[in-house]
Design a protein around this ligand. Structure first.
Ligand SMILES: Cc1cc2nc3c(=O)[nH]c(=O)nc-3n(C[C@H](O)[C@H](O)[C@H](O)COP(=O)(O)OP(=O)(O)OC[C@H]3O[C@@H](n4cnc5c(N)ncnc54)[C@H](O)[C@@H]3O)c2cc1C
Length: 553
């Protein structure tokens, strides 16, 4: 009788040509030699032990218990076996710590992102608490609050599981996650920097965290984002009692179902000011930059996981007398997905490089502006790509891709969160316009041209032309839109930001392709660049806002 063969995974580092080739380019060979054992080990865990547990843990979900047997309110969260193992592995392997130990200066962030990239797809989004933990450590350090740094940061960046703390990030309220300036949580002053918080937080992920950074409005402060202050909370006291926090319920979500995301009431929660009594939205920005980087790395890691499974399956599944891997149309389909994800990979890791430079204090002014601009661009571009690739990957499996116990549908459900949290596509597109400010795109244009400087292979001429033409169009569109009326640039912001993102992706892929050709005699990145160049880089269109209103009325 015919038997279907499921896809399998090998060592997720050793099998990943794109990651390995990239690391060979950006890391000095001595550094690569030193870190490679950590990546091989993480690749082994991700393809084997963690992946097997992920499959067997599929139906388990976190549980919230409100009351103990004796009538005491406990609001206890129990996470699943996969998450318990994921936490231990993450801590012992330094998936957060590596960025702070800085063994390789600014490139430690690249090393850490490579670990996170290998780790994430086998852990059902354990990357969520890690991202917020990393972001909280960075924020406390950036705010320079020595007391809180001494108290919390060693726990956030430890490699000792029994010492490890995770951090939550509680911003979103019922009034809105995008427009957080509307937040209603009130901070009542107690003494010095100590306050008590009263309000409701509407989305709080990884609610088992020991600490959280949150926003609240000190009494008497004006409305709007500037009137909010940034607070540090320890969620439980030494006896394990919650800090006047009620966990009302866990969200019943489409995906990320292993992540306990809660609705909370803060009812006199003890909190400490992190920095100043206002400007909380500005002060929490380092956290958002780090979680957006993690979001991008998670996006490319989920794309890679989907492709690793689909590529393997294509060699096993036969239809019409041959394996799928031999069918021209299936080859073409997979190649399109590979090119798209390879381009996305280079943008995500480019932002990791810039982040590392910034953290090590080695970034110049121009690169700092570039980082400010590319963080939202990268997050929004890769988030969208992750969803569309996950959807295509499921189709590559036919009906099996739609069946839960293959472990495949979770890829699509989990990917769908990536364009939503930490700034939706629209919100980040508008942020992209703010980041560009009055300066225009001339500096970014220099960067883009610089990326193409090394190109000498004539096969890369046409992709390079696509980059320059798309960029030129984006620049002309922005100048024109801003001259005519602000609502025009606002209405077209998403198409504009995605064009910038895709253009940068192509330019980075071209640069890598030339390097790979020169140093590895490998033409695969070049083929990916040629393919990606023809997949809709310039998304700017001449749609009028009046037409849009007409369609909707
Ligand atoms: C699984 C999950 C976990 C989460 N975890 C956390 C967490 O731990 N901590 C936390 O603080 N938050 C968390 N969030 C909340 C998340 O960050 C918000 O849902 C998100 O920021 C959007 O906010 P909102 O839901 O209020 O949507 P809204 O802000 O109401 O947005 C609705 C729509 O309007 C669009 N929109 C908004 N403003 C504009 C504009 N000016 N122009 C054009 N379009 C606009 C948005 O793009 C979106 O499509 C989580 C969300 C999810 C789904």
């Amino acid at each position: 009788m015919f038997q279907q063969v499921p896809p399998t995974l090998g060592n997720q580092y050793e099998d990943d040509r794109v990651l390995r080739s990239y690391l060979r380019r950006v890391l000095p060979s001595d550094a690569l030699r030193q870190i490679e054992p950590s990546l091989i080990e993480m690749g082994r865990l991700a393809g084997d032990q963690l992946y097997q547990l992920q499959l067997s843990d599929r139906l388990n979900e976190p549980r919230l218990t409100h009351w103990d047997a004796w009538g005491n309110r406990i609001d206890k969260i129990e996470v699943t076996p996969l998450w318990k193992l994921a936490e231990r592995i993450a801590v012992e392997h330094g998936v957060v710590a590596t960025a702070y130990e800085r063994r390789f200066g600014p490139l430690s962030r690249v090393h850490q992102c490579a670990l996170a990239y290998l780790f994430t797809p086998s852990t059902d989004i354990y990357s969520c608490p890690l991202a917020m933990t990393d972001g909280a450590a960075r924020t406390l350090i950036a705010c320079g609050n020595q007391k809180l740094i001494d108290r919390a940061v060693p726990h956030l960046i430890t490699r000792e599981p029994s010492e490890f703390w995770t951090a939550g990030q509680w911003m979103t309220e019922l009034t809105g996650g995008s427009d957080v300036g509307l937040s209603e949580t009130i901070a009542k002053h107690e003494s010095n920097t100590d306050y008590r918080l009263y309000g409701r937080k509407w989305f709080t992920s990884a609610i088992g965290s020991q600490i959280a950074l949150t926003l609240a409005r000190p009494e008497g402060n004006p409305m709007g984002g500037r009137g909010l202050a940034l607070f540090y909370i320890e969620t439980r006291d030494e006896d394990g009692r919650l800090n006047n926090i009620e966990i009302n319920r866990l969200k019943d979500k489409l995906g990320t179902r292993k992540v306990p995301t809660a609705e909370l009431t803060l009812n006199g929660t003890r909190a400490e000011l992190v920095m100043g009594t206002s400007d909380g939205v500005r002060n929490i920005t380092p956290l958002l930059n780090i979680t957006r980087l993690w979001n991008g790395i998670s996006s490319v890691s989920l794309m890679r996981r989907g492709l690793a499974l689909a590529l393997d399956y294509a060699t096993k599944r036969t239809a019409f007398g041959a394996t799928l891997a031999e069918k021209p149309l299936h080859i073409d389909t997979l190649a399109g997905l590979q090119a798209e994800s390879e381009a996305a990979f280079h943008l995500a890791f480019y932002v990791a490089e810039l982040t590392g430079l910034s953290e090590a204090g080695e970034i110049d002014e121009e690169s700092a502006r570039l980082l400010r601009l590319l963080t939202p661009v990268m997050k929004l571009t890769t988030g969208k790509q992750a969803v569309s690739i996950a959807s295509e990957v499921l189709e590559c499996f036919g009906g099996a891709g739609y069946v839960e116990d293959t472990g495949l549908p979770v890829l699509l459900r989990d990917a769908q969160v990536l364009p939503i949290w930490e700034g939706t596509t629209n919100v980040l597109a508008l942020d992209t316009l703010r980041a560009i400010g009055d300066e225009g795109l001339s500096k970014l244009q220099r960067t883009v041209k610089g990326l193409l400087e090394t190109v000498k292979d004539s096969d890369l001429n046409e992709p390079s032309r696509v980059v320059l033409t798309a960029f030129d169009h984006a620049e002309r569109w922005l100048t024109n839109a801003r001259t005519v009326e602000p609502s025009i640039s606002e209405a077209g912001a998403r198409r504009f930001a995605l064009t910038i993102g895709r253009t940068l992706e192509l330019a980075l892929l071209i640069r890598h392709a030339q390097w790979s050709q020169d140093h590895e005699a490998d033409a695969r990145s070049k083929a990916a660049a040629r393919r990606f160049a023809q997949s809709g880089i310039d998304l700017i269109a001449d749609h009028s806002l009046d037409d849009a209103r007409t369609i909707l009325c």
